[in-house]
Design a protein. Structure first.
Lengths: 610, 250
């Protein structure tokens, strides 16, 4: 540091002064905006309610006793009548209440004494307006407790209810009997906290399963070396949508055929037979090891058998779903209290039936995409420079047209513009010319960094979705699937996918490259490299992050109920809105216990595996 | 027969790691590659099995051009070339047996790898290779529980699983003490002499070169500066390879 810089200068002092002044202004404005007002805190009304709420919160509504209750009243005159007061002597054989003096002006204090009540009981002593001693309304908040002889004495300020008729003061003494038991609130809290934990469990499981494959696509070190020639990329881009559409229609058709098979026996038979056929088909078509390259006819034969194996396998999935649904429905009543197992089976069958066409469509898209991609790769390798250039021009224009045409249709669906010139033909033309341009400016046999493009695309989507809070996602899912824990599972699950995929992919990026190189050098392909060199290296951190995420999900699921996503948050916010603070307190205690238990559990697991 | 013709590699940053390198390796030869750190030895070895794609030049192996192979053909080429690394490059958290079996991945159908399954014959073969390098009793242990010398034996067993015609050894003994270095080099020598496997081995110590190599090539700043028999390296040649200020230590 130069000495010259340290010289005091009036400009510098002025600048410091201005900065301080500016900071002051900012904070002053901040106070104004956020309504900081301690007078409000000091006001008596606020303090009284604060005390009330805090006390309620300190007494969570978890345990209660069977109560024995005694209610007795004593007459009182508010404003003494002209003719004086004359009451009958109370019956002193049982509990009774005495008020002295027996008449007074509103606002004056009277002494209330009780005799022969239950020992060590307590309860409110309040003024009952009107002339009916059984009237339910009571005024005041004096609480008295009896001593071991069943006697209490307390003072009460008479309310401003002057009347010519006799009015009453009622003492309600309650004594706990027997052992404590759980309240209704505790029962509901237990039910909901279990729901919460399972909500978090399902969301975490779903999220983890889908985040793992995503994390490989979002890892720079794995994606950067992925390069393909243009024809291969374009053909595979064409193959995906065609494969998805054809695959969906085809698998749906298999589903219909499967549904048309009625009866338990054929169903059972196909569930047993189909996997056997499928297994042998796969065994034959995919030899474990192959020394020499197979001939073309053998390859085609294998492809055919693989296809048959796939069809039989899909048919099996549908039949399995049917069986699970039928069995689930059939044994539900027989199982009695374990009926949830039958429901589980039924739901699993239903899920299988719904996702099989979707998975089939995706798989078929992937297969067709990679098959066409491979054809493009081969064509680029074997073809001459000029012919490859022509193939590039055609395929890349077609791929651009299809891609932008589909995007245009998405825009059409979202905004209902209803002008095909803008949402169909223009995008197709634009995409085609973009493809042509790309093909013209790339050297025919050059490879393009498609891996980096996919990586960037995936990362962008992950980052965008991650910035949307799970609670907001829950609002969307509540609209989609209705109020309840299912919406919560979907929202938390989606949020888990995107945030875990990012955390996981950062782990993949930090693995040591040595084993990767070694496994690649043996001739392993990309999938094998991931399985044998990447996964073993990332298992500990994946476990650690998954536990951490479950931890977060348990906490998140406690508040996701506030927007209707199921779990304990739903009853918590209800009780807070109803000013039922003792019940709310019970739910908060439950949340605290579960969250801290999760914390402990996850730290134990992490210590063990990491 | 391996032929390297006018091989040049320029990295993205503009560093010229290999500069027009040409040489031949007859089948069954033990070739040592020497040179200072950063002279391009590792790049050269990695260009041969295309872990690194060369910028220019050609590599032929038994008449096939490796540098023009498609990804599918490359799989068939790589599985016949075993590789041994300075830092062993084992998957630490996997068992020794799994690490050895990984040498078979170029043969195994990827769909079966998805299920983490190897054929029974491969399992027996893996045990046999471990026996050959003398650590069959460690098969069930985690790779990082082994000492450095043992880890390098696992690395050799992994390369042997490939039934290789050639082994590329990238400074296989640089992280080991001299006694262990000799035992590892003896394994490589045995594979070279008994199985007739061509070995390309980059080395730091000249005494190892004299003891094990049939022939030597030397690199300096990416250029081939010497090619000949080990005992042809006299003091003048030594200065050419390692620079004016270098002194012989062994």
């Amino acid at each position: 540091m130069n000495m010259k810089d340290k010289k005091p200068s009036p400009w510098k002092s002025l600048r410091t002064g201005l900065i301080v002044l500016l900071a002051l202004l900012i904070y002053a404005y901040g106070f104004e905006i956020t309504n900081i007002d301690l007078a409000e805190l000091r006001s008596e009304q606020r303090q009284a309610s604060l005390t009330r709420v805090t006390r309620a919160l300190a007494q969570p509504d978890i345990l209660e006793f069977e109560k024995e209750e005694q209610k007795y009243t004593a007459p009182v005159h508010v404003t003494c009548p002209a003719g004086g007061v004359s009451f009958d002597q109370p019956d002193t054989s049982g509990p009774y209440v005495v008020v002295t003096p027996s008449c007074a002006e509103p606002g004056e204090t009277v002494t209330v004494e009780g005799f022969n009540f239950l020992p060590n009981a307590s309860g409110p002593v309040r003024f009952v307006p009107g002339s009916d001693p059984t009237y339910l309304v009571e005024l005041g908040n004096v609480v008295a407790s009896t001593d071991s002889n069943g006697y209490f004495k307390t003072e009460l300020v008479l309310p401003n209810r002057p009347s010519d008729e006799v009015q009453f003061i009622r003492a309600t003494m309650r004594q706990s009997v027997g052992l404590p038991r759980f309240t209704e609130t505790a029962r509901i809290t237990w039910e909901k906290i279990v729901e919460t934990v399972f909500l978090a469990l399902l969301a975490t499981t779903l999220g983890t399963l889908l985040a793992i494959p995503l994390s490989f696509i979002a890892a720079r070190n794995l994606m950067k070396p992925v390069r393909s020639p243009l024809a291969s990329i374009a053909l595979s881009l064409l193959g995906w949508p065609i494969g998805i559409v054809v695959g969906y229609l085809f698998v749906d058709r298999i589903g219909q055929i499967s549904a048309s098979i009625d009866g338990a026996l054929p169903n059972l038979a196909s569930v047993i037979a189909a996997p056997v056929i499928s297994w042998f088909a796969f065994r034959w078509a995919m030899p474990q090891e192959e020394i020499a390259a197979p001939s073309m006819s053998l390859r085609l034969g294998r492809l055919l058998v693989l296809f048959i194996g796939m069809v039989v396998g899909l048919f099996w999935l549908f039949q399995l779903a049917e069986l699970a649904i039928a069995v689930g429905q059939g044994i539900k009543d027989a199982l009695g209290p374990a009926g949830f197992l039958a429901t589980f089976l039924f739901q699993l069958g239903d899920i299988l039936r719904v996702i099989t066409p979707a998975v089939g469509a995706l798989v078929s898209g992937g297969v067709l995409g990679s098959l066409l991609g491979r054809i493009g790769q081969r064509a680029t390798e074997k073809g001459s420079e000029a012919s490859v250039k022509i193939i590039n021009l055609i395929t890349s224009a077609a791929a651009g047209a299809v891609l932008f045409g589909l995007l245009g249709q998405l825009v059409e669906w979202l905004y209902q513009i209803d002008k095909p010139a803008y949402t169909l033909w223009a995008p197709i033309l634009f995409g085609a010319s973009l493809g042509l341009l790309l093909a013209m400016f790339t050297k025919a046999k050059d490879t393009l960094p498609i891996g980096l493009v996919i990586y960037t695309f995936t990362r962008t989507i992950l980052n965008t979705l991650r910035s949307v809070e799970a609670v907001i996602m829950a609002i969307v899912f509540v609209i989609a699937v209705g109020i309840g824990p299912f919406a919560g599972v979907m929202a938390l699950g989606l949020h888990t996918i995107v945030s875990l995929a990012k955390l996981y992919s950062e782990q993949v990026e930090s693995i040591s490259p040595g084993p990767l190189e070694a496994v690649q050098a043996t001739g392993a392909n990309r999938l094998q490299t991931i399985i044998y060199a990447v996964i073993p290296q990332i298992v500990p951190s994946y476990i650690s992050y998954t536990m951490y995420r479950w931890d977060i999900n348990v906490r998140m699921s406690t508040i996701i109920g506030i927007v209707g996503g199921g779990g304990i948050g739903f009853v918590l916010i209800q009780n807070i809105n109803l000013s039922n603070y003792r019940a709310a307190s019970a739910q908060m205690v439950a949340i605290a216990i579960v969250v801290s238990m999760m914390d402990y559990l996850s730290s134990v697991v992490r210590e063990k595996y990491v | 027969m391996l032929q390297v013709k006018n091989l040049t590699k320029i990295y993205d940053g503009g560093v010229k790691a290999l500069d027009n390198v040409s040489f031949d390796v007859p089948k069954g030869q033990f070739l040592a590659v020497i040179g200072l750190s950063g002279s391009g030895k590792s790049t050269l070895l990695r260009c041969i099995n295309r872990l690194i794609d060369p910028t220019a030049g050609q590599i032929f192996w038994d008449g096939d051009e490796i540098t023009a192979a498609s990804p599918e053909e490359m799989r068939r080429v790589r599985r016949k070339i075993g590789m041994v690394f300075q830092h062993f490059n084992l998957v630490h958290r996997s068992r020794v047996l799994t690490n050895v079996l990984a040498g078979r991945l170029g043969y195994v159908n990827p769909a079966w790898s998805l299920l983490n399954r190897f054929p029974k014959e491969d399992m027996a073969k893996a045990i046999k290779q471990l026996e050959r390098v003398g650590i069959a009793d460690k098969a069930g242990q985690r790779a990082d529980e082994l000492s450095g010398g043992q880890q390098q034996r696992v690395g050799i067993a992994r390369a042997l699983m490939q039934d290789p015609n050639m082994i590329l050894a990238d400074e296989p003994v640089a992280s080991l003490d001299p006694v262990l270095a000799h035992s590892i080099m003896k394994h490589l020598e045995e594979i070279n002499k008994q199985d007739g496997v061509t070995v390309l081995c980059s080395l730091h110590y000249l005494d190892l070169v004299h003891r094990y190599a049939d022939r030597v090539i030397a690199l300096n700043q990416g250029q081939l500066v010497f090619e000949g028999l080990p005992n042809e390296i006299d003091d003048r040649k030594f200065k050419d390879i390692y620079g004016r200020d270098a002194e012989r230590v062994g």
